[in-house]
Write a protein that binds this ligand. Structure first.
Ligand SMILES: N[C@@H](CCC(=O)N[C@@H](CS)C(=O)NCC(=O)O)C(=O)O
Length: 209
């Protein structure tokens, strides 16, 4: 088994999908969390000036979170059994990514609270419903919607969905954001009950983002 070191900030953000897959697979890795105060002197030494980075055996350095996530998903069996399943996982994660990116921009880029709330409202009432309606239908195409997005066991698609819902179901602002999508709501509960992922979620460092 290679040795893995995931280098990211002390938050969930673009590092958490990988951490959840390490946890789900039961594969040991170094969860290297960089504090913002240490980042300026480290930035120039990184390949692209941003994180995450996945180091494998202290040599290979992978950058770009989506590439890292797909690499880990392939290595640990969370990327489907054939090209069609992998592609269906890609469909889910790309649809989810649109929500995640725009939510992240609202949370981190808009400082004015009133303006941020306007953007949240647009995301919750205009952008996300189209994506979630699609995902509810897409999920229903597999095992009547009572299993996972693809196949009969958890994949990167379900993990990414869980991770994004962690942000999307914003406490006090969008707690009931999945009520119109019963299959997705049940999927979130099913995936969150995965023993190893649930253990990781309860033991991981509590961070504001
Ligand atoms: N496309 C890159 C974007 C990475 C990125 O923007 N990382 C942020 C943290 S989420 C970062 O390192 N920010 C610090 C900086 O840019 O100096 C990816 O998905 O990995």
């Amino acid at each position: 088994m290679p040795s893995y070191k995931l280098i990211y900030f002390n938050g969930r953000g673009r590092g958490e999908n990988a951490r959840m897959m390490f946890a789900a697979a039961g594969v040991p890795y170094e969860d290297n969390r960089i504090e913002f105060k240490d980042w300026p002197q480290m930035k120039a030494s990184t390949p692209l000036g941003y994180l995450p980075i996945l180091e494998i055996d202290g040599q290979q350095k992978l950058v770009e979170s989506k590439a890292i996530n797909r690499y880990i998903a392939r290595e640990f069996g969370f990327y489907g059994k054939d090209n069609m399943e992998s592609t269906r996982i890609d469909v889910v994660t790309e649809v989810i990514d649109d929500i995640w990116i725009q939510l992240g921009d609202a949370i981190y880029e808009i400082e004015d609270e009133a303006k941020r709330d306007v953007e949240f409202k647009r995301i919750f009432t205009e952008l996300a419903p189209k994506k979630l309606e699609f995902l509810e239908r897409f999920l229903s195409e597999n095992e009547g919607g009572n299993s996972y997005f693809v196949g009969k066991s958890i994949t990167f698609a379900d993990i990414d969905f869980m991770h994004t819902m962690d942000y999307y179901l914003l406490p006090g602002k969008n707690d009931n954001g999945l009520d119109k999508y019963p299959k997705l709501k049940a999927l979130l509960q099913r995936a969150s009950a995965h023993e190893k992922i649930a253990a990781w979620v309860s033991e991981r460092p509590v961070t504001p983002w």
